[in-house]
Design a protein. Structure first.
Length: 338
């Protein structure tokens, strides 16, 4: 089954082609970071307009690079939610129109399901079941995954997501937008032991997260220590955030009896998180799986893959409407028909 995937939930336009028999065929991505950096964050109207400009050229590029034709497509997958309503409508409109013209099914995909399944695109994918840490700018959740479409929420953030905390801390340190990668780069030259920042809810006994207090502690520290200590503050913040993510994730694995942990989402690209989590997990006999770095951020490949799994399982295609869902809890996602 050959499936075209379209991602347009926020500030990246992604298109990819996935073949259930041969794997990922081709993919292309356009990031809007340069455009939004001028405003210090994502401007929804500008994001939607840029998706309109990019989605068809990217589709033509993917089809040309793949050597396949539109007539060979068996289905189209698109991000149905969560995300920015206007941005989601661009991808949904394009996918539904193309599917109707070709007489093939179109299926909406949950954005977080795409992230959660992205490590399965690799050459050595994890086997089910596993615990998944979804960690990005908008979401921080721990899920137990029994199979495709079979997800149980173990815990989530009660306020800021980890990626959001990274971005806001970077802003406090004058690093601009997007802040996560810039903060990680600055932290590499700092001393994480110079300042002792809190590890919120690390020992709360559950699997929920909270990062707003850590962000406030950084604000207080910046006012006290000044910008001359920016590198050490960045290192201390990163160390605190990573300690919480690692501790909660491994505790969730122990609770679920899982020997495999999947990490997905933009923060999953953080080098310190990968190093510390892999090391600590190995001590407990837990294997950690990560998506390829290019698939940590939003991309069309994860949507094409997730959509292909659903279409192959016989999930009914969408009706002719545009049922985008800007707010959509992953735990409420219906399991695949079997």
């Amino acid at each position: 089954m050959l499936v075209l995937g379209v991602e347009s939930s926020c500030d990246e336009t992604g298109v990819a082609l996935y073949d259930t028999a041969h794997g990922l065929v081709a993919h292309a991505l356009h990031s809007q970071v340069a455009m939004h950096s001028e405003y210090g964050g994502v401007v929804p109207e500008l994001a939607s307009r840029d998706h309109i400009r990019r989605v068809l050229p990217l589709t033509r590029r993917v089809m040309a690079e793949s050597g396949r034709t539109l007539a060979e497509l068996d289905g189209i997958a698109y991000t149905q939610g969560p995300g920015l309503a206007g941005a989601l409508l661009v991808g949904a409109g394009m996918a539904r129109a193309l599917a109707y013209a070709l007489g093939i099914p179109a299926v909406g995909v949950h954005h977080l399901e795409g992230h959660l399944l992205s490590p399965l695109i690799s050459d050595a994918p994890p086997e089910f079941p596993f615990v998944a840490l979804l960690v990005s700018g908008g979401h921080t959740q721990l899920m137990h995954v029994a199979g495709v479409g079979r997800y149980a929420l173990l815990g989530e953030t009660l306020d800021d997501a980890a990626g959001e905390a990274f971005d806001k801390t970077a802003q406090l340190l004058g690093l601009g937008y997007p802040g996560g990668p810039a903060l990680a780069k600055l932290a590499a030259s700092g001393d994480p032991a110079r300042f002792n920042l809190p590890r919120p809810m690390l020992n709360s006994g559950d699997f929920d997260f909270s990062f707003s207090g850590l962000k406030t502690a950084v604000l207080t520290l910046v006012k006290k220590a000044g910008m001359d200590a920016a590198a050490d503050i960045a290192a201390a913040f990163q160390a605190a955030a990573v300690d919480v993510l690692v501790g909660k994730s491994l505790a969730a694995c122990t609770h679920a009896g899982a020997r495999r942990l999947v990490v997905a989402g933009g923060v999953g690209a953080n080098a310190r998180l990968r190093e510390q989590l892999t090391c600590e997990a190995a001590r407990r006999g837990i294997e950690v799986f990560y998506p390829r770095l290019e698939f940590c951020t939003d991309n069309g490949a994860m949507i094409a893959f997730a959509g292909a799994q659903r279409l192959a399982a016989g999930v009914e295609a969408d009706d002719m409407g545009f049922p985008v869902r800007p707010r959509w809890e992953l735990a409420t996602l219906d399991a695949l028909e079997r």
